[in-house]
Design a protein around this ligand. Structure first.
Ligand SMILES: [Zn+2]
Length: 161
């Protein structure tokens, strides 16, 4: 079991945070953005960036080549659907996608929107880590959190209507 501190400050002990989230054991702040048979999307509000989405598989797998045929199709469909909602609802022009197979949780893709303010942290992929840390440590004002929550609401509505 691992002890994990959630974005709301609560501590939980789970085998795998992704399993706990996708099974509904832990409700993410802002709720589930969209869910399919094989995937589950939410925003990790510990990184309060508007439109940042984490898309996790429901099955406890780590690597891309472990996805079943059905999961692969579901993945690309849901990923592109979320991407479209980020554009249509939040005006997001570019998104950075990444996932690492050596995660301590399980298969999840980060969809990190690229905003103008991020250029001060570097030109491209090199800026992602500093941007995330900056967001986590310095963007917790009530105003920004409210903006992020509203964005989650809007994107959730768009994806589920
Ligand atoms: Zn898991």
């Amino acid at each position: 079991m691992k002890k994990i501190t959630l974005s709301n400050g609560k501590t939980v002990e789970v085998e795998c945070l992704s399993c706990a989230l996708t099974s509904g054991l832990i409700e993410p702040d802002g709720g589930v953005v969209i869910e399919t048979e094989y995937f589950h999307a939410h925003q990790d509000v510990a990184y309060p960036i508007k439109g940042l989405i984490i898309l996790a598989s429901k099955r406890h797998i780590k690597c891309f080549d472990e996805l079943s045929k059905e999961e692969k199709i579901d993945y690309i469909n849901i990923l592109s659907k979320i991407r479209k909602a980020q554009r249509d609802v939040l005006g997001i022009k570019c998104v950075y996608y990444f996932y690492n197979e050596d995660t301590t949780h399980h298969f999840h893709t980060w969809m990190v929107p690229r905003y103008e303010w991020m250029y001060e942290f570097g030109r491209s992929v090199e800026s992602v880590r500093p941007v995330l840390l900056h967001a986590r440590n310095n963007m917790n004002s009530e105003e920004n959190i409210n903006d992020v929550m509203k964005a989650i609401n809007d994107i959730t509505k768009e994806l589920n209507n």
